[in-house]
Design a binder for this molecule. Structure first.
Ligand code: AHM
Ligand code: MG
Length: 337
């Protein structure tokens, strides 16, 4: 039968992927569906962010009778709740929570995966109507199934990720995720309330003309980084330029743009903060996995991000990530210095 309907929803796509693996249990599809559901709930609140004060005038509750909470706390609750009520996740780690949460109920203890996330990244941009996002990382647990998961399930190298993804709450809302089979992007169709496959097989261009860095920290960067940034500013047509500097201050938006258009995003260490600002487990690792699966590269300036052995949930790392050729050029500056 010829069915003239070729736009797949996120659920339909993950189920189609399952058909290629008869042994697969569908747990990852289920986890991605849970993340998609939480993202849709967060999206609704993000779109009302400017109204929070107005709704707050009713007292401490909003029109649905729920407490008006800060958006990042709200987002955290949605992702924790969706995974806790699902069947695929044994526990979570979140930027919003000091320690990991082990769900420890019979269904969760039998689940295959743990998930780490930054529920609302770029939170300084919420109040000013600029794109923000969610970033997540999925690992197969190493502890015995049937028992509560353990801290070791979370503190795995990024190269052990089974899937990673992000949601961007921007001019449209997108859900992008990567597995070993590649990177696919889904745009929320508000009319049917579903993420629909809009960017199949995302590949990061080998080269680009965009560099993203917080120039305000320039004099705090190490010499090699300063020289690379200066080289970006000096690019001419003859050597692949001129380059454009773009920095939104929401990593999700900055890396998403560079992934699609080609570019490099950096958050180097500074004199004050040698390890930079970004967190390894739920900001850098997921993006490193996604960008590598799309053909790009991610390092801390010395080492591949995905090979860093984590020691704590909230550890920070410098980050350089993006198009392959641009990363190769950056490395020549870091090596020389
Ligand atoms: P957050 O997790 O508190 O929102 O901070 C992370 C954000 C990234 O999205 C962004 O790349 C970076 O912080 C911007 O920091 P800065 O303002 O120092 O450039
Ligand atoms: Mg963050």
């Amino acid at each position: 039968m010829n069915i003239n309907r070729n736009i797949l929803t996120l659920d339909e796509f993950t189920i189609q992927e399952l058909r290629n693996f008869p042994a697969a249990t569908g747990e990852l599809s289920s986890l991605l569906r849970d993340m998609g559901l939480a993202a849709k709930r967060v999206n609704v609140e993000v779109n009302k962010a400017g109204l929070v004060d107005i709704l707050g005038d009713y007292g401490t509750t909003n029109v649905q009778g729920e407490e008006v909470k800060k958006l990042d706390v709200y987002a955290n609750n949605q992702f924790v709740g969706a995974l806790k009520h699902g069947i695929s996740c044994a526990g979570i780690g979140s930027e919003e929570l000091d320690d990991v949460v082990i769900f420890d109920d019979p269904v969760s203890n039998n689940s295959k995966y743990v998930c780490l996330f930054d529920p609302l990244d770029g939170s300084s941009n919420i109040d000013v109507n600029v794109s923000i996002g969610t970033i997540f990382s999925v690992y197969r647990r190493v502890s015995e199934r049937g028992k509560p998961c353990t801290k070791e399930d979370f503190l795995q190298q990024g190269n052990k990720q089974v899937a990673a993804g992000y949601v961007i709450y921007g001019s449209s809302t997108m859900f992008v995720y990567a597995t070993k089979r590649g990177v696919n992007g889904f745009t929320l169709d508000p009319q049917i309330g579903e993420f629909c496959l809009s960017h199949p097989g995302i590949k990061c261009p080998e080269k680009g003309k965009i560099y993203s860095v917080n120039h305000g920290n320039f004099f705090q960067y190490e010499q090699g980084v300063k020289e690379y940034i200066t080289a970006c500013q000096k690019k001419t047509k003859a050597d692949g330029g001129p380059y454009t500097q773009r920095y939104i201050g929401s990593m999700v938006a900055d890396v998403h743009r560079n992934l699609i258009k080609g570019g490099i995003f950096t958050y180097p260490g500074t004199i004050d903060k040698p390890k930079g600002k970004l967190r390894l487990m739920y900001e850098c690792n997921p993006f490193a996995y996604i960008v590598e699966k799309a053909g790009g590269k991610a390092t801390n300036g010395k080492q591949r991000i995905l090979d860093i052995q984590p020691t704590e949930l909230h550890q920070r790392t410098p980050l350089f990530i993006g198009s392959n050729k641009m990363m190769e050029e950056l490395e020549t500056y870091l090596e020389e210095k």
